[in-house]
Structure formats: C-alpha cells, structure tokens
Design a binder for this molecule. Sequence first.
Ligand SMILES: C[S@@+](CC[C@H](N)C(=O)[O-])C[C@H]1O[C@@H](n2cnc3c(N)ncnc32)[C@H](O)[C@@H]1O
Length: 296
Amino acid sequence: MRGPSVAYADMLTQPAVPMSTAAARELVTILKAEAGIRIDPSNTQFISYRLDRRVTALGLDDYDQYLLHLQSPEGPAEIQRLVESLATHTTSFFREKAHFDWLDTVGLPKLIEAGAGRAHPLVVWSAACSSGLELWSAGIVLDRYSHKVQGGLRWGLVGTDISAAILRKARLGIYSSSELSGLSFDLRSDYLLRSKPGARISPKQRVYRIAPALRNRAHFSSANLLGKLEGQVPLADVVFLRNVLIYFTAEDRIRAIRNVMQCLRPGGYLLLGHSDNLRSLPEGLTPAGTAVFRKD
Ligand SMILES: C[S@@+](CC[C@H](N)C(=O)[O-])C[C@H]1O[C@@H](n2cnc3c(N)ncnc32)[C@H](O)[C@@H]1O
C-alpha cells in the first residue's frame, strides 16, 4: 500500500532528513505492528514528508537516530506520534452520502421499530472517526429524525480513533471553512456556531463550532481496532467502519470487523467504506444494502 502522493512544491520546502532503506523498512514495520496500517517502504517521499519535521525538531540527524529514539524511555509516546503522523485522516461531512440517506430512510425506521431509541438509547459509533465529521453527520441525521418522531428519541454518539491528536480535534468540534464542504448552508445554520466577525478575521480565517445539540451527546475515546474493544465502547446500534480497512491486510480487516462486531447489538448495522472491498466477511453478518451489513 503506497501512502498518498506528495505535492512537488511541498517537497521542495521540506528539509530532507537522510533515510536509509533499512530505516524505512523498520518504520513501516513498527507502523504495521502498532496500527495495522501498511505503507510501502519504498515510498520514502511520503514518510519523509510526514516525519522529517519531527525528526528535525528532536535534533536528530537521520532516521537511524530516530529509530534509536523509538527504543528509548520516550519510545512509547514517540511511537504514538509516529502512528499519528503516518495515518491518513482524510474525512468530510456526509462522505459517501448514500449511507446517510440509507440511515435516514431505512436504518433508523427499522432500528426504532425494534425498540432502539426508546427501550434503550440508539447509539451510533464511528469506529475510525478521524476529526469527527462522519460522526457529526450521523448526529445531524439522528437529531432531525428525532424531531420528527412523537416524543423524540433517546440517542447518543460515540467516536473512537487510534490517534489522540485527531480525537482532541474531534472533541473540540472546531473546524475551518475549508472543512465544511458537504454540509449544506441550511445545515450549517442549524448545527454550527460561527466565530464572531472581527476586524482582523477574514471570512477564510473564520472558524465554526459544532452546536451543543450534537456535542453534548457525543463521547470520544481512543481505541485501536486491532485491540480489544469490548467493554471500551457502549453497545452500538450502528457502526461506521469506513475508509480505514483499506490500509490493513486481509487478515487484519477480518480481525477489526470481528472486534467491532463484539460491540454491535444483534440486529444492528455495520457500514463499511464503499472502497473497502472485502473478499470475505466474518460469519454473522448479512448484506442489507450497499456496503451495509446486519448483525444476525
Ligand atoms: C481516512 S480516515 C477515515 C475517517 C472516516 N471514517 C471517514 O470515512 O471519513 C482513517 C482513520 O482511521 C484511523 N485509524 C487507522 N488505523 C487505526 C486503528 N488501528 N485503530 C483505530 N483507528 C485507526 C486513523 O487515525 C484515521 O483517523
């Protein structure tokens, strides 16, 4: 798996820290062991682009020294930073919109009919939530749906990711205007608070915060899809597990799905990314739509 490509202009502005072939191999091995994420070791441009600044900030001369640093007492914290730097966090509001339309028109009616939102709170979990835009999108669907139902619904949102840094951003719920694509102007006015216009703030610099109606219902925590998840997150009715399995080996994809299924209610739904095409699925899942599976 090659990492995303790097713009030529960006590379020119980056200082080049020497990286031997052996060091590149060692770094991607650590990344794979920690997070399951595969990167082709020959894609040194990508690795350098993401890590050179950190290696320079540590005052190290090359990646062999950085590998020694990873074995020092500060190693575990640095490995976490390494994962955060090399993971891809691309996301957007209503990405792969068909899933949100499905949730609104098919998923929620079925779940509510079976008692979710009344007998127990209906929980949506974004299991590789990045900066939170996927979870907020689901929250908007739920909030709007709940207002249409007599007596409303009981519901909550859960977001997990391996990266503590991206979770801080998700928890804060503050975004720049460039991150709002996918969110219609009507939804922006309903679900975003806008920073006050000031003499020194241009429209481009303005930031937006997710409204308390969603933030107050959300809980974010750190979780590795390849580790034990059971007991770490509440039982969910719907799990978004999208655009992350693509980075894993076939074996780790199955492992991650099995782990996630432990925290999905029977009758609940698992939503996979449209390009996470899996050749095989664990037992106990029945196709229920495009990249939608129902837990038996
Ligand atoms: C490309 S983003 C996808 C975000 C969102 N699900 C979407 O589809 O827009 C992938 C996210 O998966 C997270 N991730 C990668 N490996 C992980 C792992 N082993 N456990 C949990 N999260 C992981 C990354 O930190 C990143 O935020």
